[in-house]
Design a protein around this ligand. Structure first.
Ligand SMILES: C[S@@+](CC[C@H](N)C(=O)[O-])C[C@H]1O[C@@H](n2cnc3c(N)ncnc32)[C@H](O)[C@@H]1O
Length: 207
């Protein structure tokens, strides 16, 4: 199967969407193309309220500006945090804002150096928002990879198809499709779709 996020054209598409927004006058949620700070933090709260994080190692895929680390610090939840992003500019900005471990990396690439079970918890918020032309083919591979990297749990949020607009820039998923993909993987699944109108989260515990 094609590895779309490894394809340099897809990387460029992602970078082109986000990087021009990195200016001093923009707030973080604007740079990251979230509707508001509230919606961004609500997504983080879904993770923190449903997955035990204290004392765990956490991989944040598509970390953007590292705001999840700031959120967890504000809640006094100590984690061994690693943020990765396909945008080198995001990684640079995240490190500037928070210090900590931020890396320019595509964990979905075949030559990704991370080993199976490297992190207690693997998380991603918003990394699959853009319509890259092959989202549905890519998703099963991405979910499998995230679970592979996790020792304990994996959680991911996606844009919900009930708020699907005609805007071709974004990709809105049907949770039923995602549940069917996860059915094939060795995990128990929790679907949360009542916290924002345009979003849902799946949390998978490894069996
Ligand atoms: C909507 S922003 C969310 C940033 C952060 N997770 C947050 O919620 O504050 C999406 C981020 O995912 C990154 N991204 C998209 N696809 C990715 C991939 N395959 N691997 C790593 N990062 C990716 C983008 O560069 C961007 O920084």
């Amino acid at each position: 199967m094609e590895a779309p996020h490894r394809d340099s054209e897809k990387h460029l598409q992602i970078r082109r969407h986000y990087e021009w927004r990195i200016t001093p006058d923009r707030q973080n949620h604007e740079i990251l193309d979230w509707a508001s700070p509230f919606s961004q933090m609500t997504r983080f709260a879904v993770l923190a309220d449903n997955v035990p994080l204290a004392g765990k190692s956490l991989l944040d895929i598509g970390c953007g500006l590292g705001d999840l680390l700031g959120f967890l610090n504000s809640r006094d939840i100590p984690v061994d945090y690693t943020g990765v992003d396909v945008s080198p500019r995001m990684v640079e900005e995240a490190a500037k804002r928070h210090g900590g471990k931020f890396m320019h990396m595509d964990v979905f690439a075949d030559d990704c150096p991370l080993e199976a079970g490297s992190f207690d918890v693997v998380y991603s918020s918003g990394a699959f928002n853009l319509n890259l032309g092959n989202n549905l083919e890519f998703m099963p591979r991405a979910l499998e990879r995230m679970l592979h990297l996790a020792r304990g749990s994996m959680a991911v949020n996606l844009l919900h198809c009930r708020c699907c607009t005609d805007d071709p820039v974004y990709f809105h998923h049907d949770p039923a499709n995602i549940l069917r993909m996860l059915d094939k993987l060795p995990c128990s699944v929790l679907l949360l779709d009542d916290y924002l109108p345009n979003d849902f989260t799946v949390i998978c515990r490894k069996q």
